[in-house]
Design a protein around this ligand. Structure first.
Ligand code: HPA
Ligand code: ZN
Length: 348
């Protein structure tokens, strides 16, 4: 248990190794955002889809984003190389192997079906490749993963309902639904009815809110969508009443530090409000969002915040424990992973 740890005794030098070895859950990860330039070129070549860059290094150099939308433009364009079941499998498998190296024991992976179906790729192709990788991760890596289907909020609710119809034959292949894409001008309330329908199907619900959007966007995700977790949520600190509610209701916030810096939510990692979120008692975890675009995977994000911010061993433990306890794993699995987390910290 947390109170049994003597965090003071834990040497600062050892902390990065302990955090690296610790079991962790990744809860905010877009599979399309794990498309590394090298893989984009390899798949593009195989499929005869050209990319608007001469080589992977040039593609990576172009990742200089002003805001969320300037990133989304590049991210949706690169996803155009993904056409076949094998492409989606290769993408997800490469991510899962990397996650395993970071000691991720549970990955809840977002995918954006509309990014693909709008290009004529069948829903079945997307979910088929991704879910085959998820099955292989369990069998070959001992890593539990689940898929979360996201609706693109810049599209209409009618479009989301059509996507849900296409998804229904594959209901068993995903654990929940989410809401992503451009937050400005696309409030959660727009998706009230489709989220209600998904809840009636027994799906978990999460939503991006309070990344670029104001605290009222987080309130909308809770009230209109009954979101069980808030993705990002960092702008909640602008509203004290909201913070009290999030703390009281123990709503998880899946925070993505590298993403927030690259998309200019914060100027520098040293300016991130993660220490303030933890100090307020919010249930924050650290996640990678779109690691191929933002400079690192979950282990890199954890190392980054621990070196740039005033966070100690107790904070690192809390972030990791929050990640496990905020997952949609069955309670017995969470208990087992937390016991292992305690062992790793106790061993120092
Ligand atoms: N916000 C919204 N949509 C996204 C993001 C994000 O951080 N990453 C991929 N799609
Ligand atoms: Zn995201």
């Amino acid at each position: 248990m947390a109170h049994e740890h003597d965090f003071q005794a834990l040497s600062v030098q050892r902390l990065p190794a302990i955090v690296a070895a610790a079991p962790k859950a990744e809860l905010h990860l877009h599979i399309e955002g794990t498309l590394e330039p090298e893989m984009a070129f390899a798949i593009g070549r195989r499929n005869g889809v050209p990319l608007p860059f001469p080589d992977p290094a040039a593609m990576r150099r172009a990742y200089d984003f002003r805001d969320l939308q300037s990133f989304l433009d590049v991210y949706y364009a690169a996803a155009a190389v993904l056409l076949h079941e094998r492409d989606f499998y290769d993408l997800a498998w490469a991510y899962l192997v990397r996650a395993k190296a970071d000691n991720v024991v549970r990955a809840e992976i977002f995918f954006d079906p509309q990014t693909h179906t709008s290009r004529g790729v069948p829903f079945e192709t997307v979910v088929g490749g991704l879910s085959r990788a998820v099955d292989d991760a369990r069998a070959r890596l001992g890593l539990s993963a689940g898929l979360i289907m996201c609706f693109l909020r810049h599209l209409s609710e009618r479009d989301a309902f059509e996507t849900l119809e296409q998804a229904l034959p594959f209901r068993s292949r995903f654990v929940g639904i989410g809401l992503d894409s451009g937050e400005r001008g696309n409030p959660p309330e727009k998706f009230r009815n489709v989220f209600a329908r998904c809840r009636s199907l027994g799906l978990h619900t999460v939503a991006h809110a309070g990344e670029e959007g104001p605290p009222s966007s987080i309130v909308g995700a809770l009230d209109a969508l009954a979101a069980e977790r808030i993705d990002h949520g960092v702008r909640c600190l602008e509203d004290r009443v909201l913070v009290d509610r999030l703390v009281r209701q123990r709503v998880p916030l899946t925070v993505c530090p590298f993403s927030n810096v690259r998309l200019r939510v914060f100027d520098r990692l040293a300016d991130h409000n993660l220490p303030a979120l933890l100090a307020a008692g919010l249930r924050a975890s650290v996640n990678s969002d779109d690691p191929a675009y933002f400079g690192g995977y979950v282990g890199d994000n954890l190392r980054g915040v621990l070196s740039a911010l005033p966070l100690g061993a107790a904070d690192a433990y809390r972030l990791l424990r929050n990640s496990l306890e905020s997952s949609f794993l069955e309670p017995s699995a969470v208990v087992a992973h937390v016991a292992r987390l305690d062992e790793v910290f106790a061993a120092g």
